[in-house]
Design a protein around this ligand. Structure first.
Ligand SMILES: Cc1cc2nc3c(=O)[nH]c(=O)nc-3n(C[C@H](O)[C@H](O)[C@H](O)COP(=O)(O)OP(=O)(O)OC[C@H]3O[C@@H](n4cnc5c(N)ncnc54)[C@H](O)[C@@H]3O)c2cc1C
Ligand code: SF4
Length: 507
């Protein structure tokens, strides 16, 4: 049915990651004026293409259906096979905020929608372009981007100087977990109460599985992440009140008995577009200014959102559409073994890997250090195919979208771009995992053993990786010391034989 035009003009097509009020309104006046009609689409083909984790599918579908319910008769929600089918059935002009993937950008342009500049990040694409131009031939370092963004926005600045006189509080942050602790002892993180919409989404998913051949992975559990703006604000309040103060010090630590540690769990609502990163940053800065958050924690958090999140977003566009497809600098072609692919944590004895996989299986989430230094490190050491690994992360994480995969998985975790993003591969042995987690206690392996029945597969895997990649990595001065140590390893040949023999069996 045709609708009258509103002050903001056209019906706004909202993608499933554009669900907050800041995706409505004009380019000059973003926000919800309470009248703009909206189109929301659920494409079944998107779920047929990939075996998504059921927690991820549940979250995304719940968020879209909740948004439609909130908007009432302003929203037209179409469940169709494809986006094209859905849009073809709408007889009004559509406008859309530039979406978050190369494929979606092509689609909206092909369908003739009026495309507005992207939203949902601290720096615009034009501003990032200015920064790149200023850099000339210098590397696009995250730290420099972050300082530029802080200076530009004035966040945690004291005139031209960083608040507290330092840009970086790493010396206060990044502590190992407290000795002997099994948890950080913080209150359980905020969790939503599921409602009728969640129940209907679960019914739909069951029907798709039985009638439509759509397959989901992972285990079903209660929804853990915010799917509405009200829930997202409640999750933000909870983080600021109960966990922000400890965020900095324990940012890089992991305890097997504490899946959330002091992390915010806000990546999912941020990436669904339910929160604007700047409002999250403002809350965190206010918690520092008015107490109780120490500067090191507030800065550590702002660095993650204004620095890292924006940086990986802009690199997705800067590196170009073929970046994931064309990146395989380490010539990694091992297919993901079925136990890894299917999140079979019980098949794995290595405690760090087993508990990280179990987190993904049960919650479709784990925190940064487990993604990078356990799961990503494992995929790097074992030479898993970068595209298959990217797919694995995309399917299995509640907060995963193509834009966030490129720099994090291909660039940072796998070094598949040969150093365009990271200055060296994030390969590490069991000593790092032993220092930053409690996993090694009670593990079948010993982090200090390189060969033999109890040789730690991460420690052995680290040297095995260097042995394999030495010719390619020998020009990297940050690896000069480990590569020199490799040549002095007395058990190098035995270690290589041992790891070659491991093949794709679960460690
Ligand atoms: C291999 C790998 C895969 C990752 N996949 C994703 C992903 O699919 N989606 C995702 O949002 N993040 C991803 N990250 C980044 C980071 O691990 C998650 O953002 C974080 O663990 C989410 O939990 P949190 O909200 O509690 O984060 P916190 O630790 O509380 O951090 C605060 C916020 O900072 C942002 N952030 C921090 N680091 C990054 C980063 N490197 N890239 C993007 N945002 C960042 C997130 O929005 C996060 O919510 C990945 C990192 C690696 C190494
Ligand atoms: S000993 Fe090795 S495999 Fe076991 S938990 Fe420690 S790092 Fe992981």
């Amino acid at each position: 049915m045709a609708r009258a035009r509103t002050s903001v003009g056209t019906r706004r097509w909202l993608f499933g990651d554009q669900l907050g009020p800041h995706f409505l309104g004009s380019a000059q006046a973003p926000g919800d004026d309470g009248t703009q009609p909206v189109l929301l689409v659920v494409s079944r083909a998107a779920f047929r293409r990939r075996r998504y984790h059921r927690a991820k599918a549940q979250l995304v579908l719940s968020a879209i259906h909740h948004r439609a319910a909130e908007l009432g008769d302003r929203a037209q929600l179409i469940v169709a096979d494809t986006y094209r089918d859905a849009v073809a059935s709408v007889d009004e002009p559509l406008s859309v905020v530039d979406p978050t993937s190369w494929a979606a950008r092509r689609l909206v342009r092909g369908l003739g929608a009026d495309v507005l500049p992207s939203r949902g990040f601290v720096s615009s694409e034009a501003e990032f372009g200015e920064w790149v131009a200023q850099r000339g031939r210098r590397r696009l370092l995250q730290e420099d981007f972050y300082r530029w963004a802080r200076t530009r926005t004035g966040v945690l600045m004291d005139g031209d100087e960083p608040e507290g006189g330092r840009w970086n509080f790493d010396a206060d942050n990044r502590l190992p977990p407290p000795k002997g602790a099994t948890t950080l002892g913080l209150p359980h993180p905020w969790q939503p109460t599921e409602d009728d919409i969640d129940a209907r989404v679960r019914d739909d998913m069951r029907r798709w599985e039985t009638e439509d051949g759509i397959e989901f992975g992972g285990r079903a559990g209660p929804r853990l992440f915010a799917a509405t703006r009200a829930e997202a604000l409640a999750a933000l309040d909870d983080f600021v009140a109960h966990r922000l103060a400890e965020f900095g010090p324990y940012e890089d630590a992991a305890l097997t008995g504490d899946w959330a540690m002091a992390h915010s769990l806000l990546s999912a609502p941020l990436n669904l577009g339910l929160l604007h990163p700047m409002e999250v940053i403002d809350r965190v800065v206010a918690a520092f200014r008015d107490g109780p958050a120490p500067l090191a924690s507030a800065e550590g958090f702002v660095r993650q959102v204004m620095g890292w999140r924006d940086y990986v977003w802009h690199l997705y566009w800067h590196f170009g559409e073929d970046y994931v497809k064309d990146s395989n600098a380490l010539d990694a072609h091992t297919p993901l073994p079925p136990w890894f692919d299917r999140l079979d944590a019980d098949a794995v004895e290595a405690r760090c890997l087993s508990s990280s996989l179990a987190d993904v299986r049960d919650r479709a989430w784990n925190h940064h250090i487990l993604r990078l230094m356990v799961l990503g490190n494992w995929a790097l050491q074992r030479g898993y195919d970068p595209q298959a690994t990217t797919e694995w992360f995309t399917r299995n994480y509640v907060d995963a979208y193509p834009w966030v995969m490129a720099a994090n998985v291909v660039g940072m975790a796998l070094y598949a771009d040969g150093g365009r993003m990271a200055t060296k591969p994030y390969a590490a042995g069991g000593a790092y995992i032993n220092r930053m987690t409690d996993c090694c206690k009670g593990c079948a392996y010993r982090p200090g053993d390189r060969v033999g029945a109890r040789a730690c597969p991460f420690t052995a895997g680290y040297w095995w990786f260097l042995d394999r990649q030495a010719p390619l990595l020998k020009g990297n001065h940050r690896l000069a010391q480990p590569l020199a140590s490799l040549t002095r390893l007395a058990d190098r040949a035995a270690l290589v034989e041992q790891e070659d023999a491991r093949g794709d069996t679960a460690p």
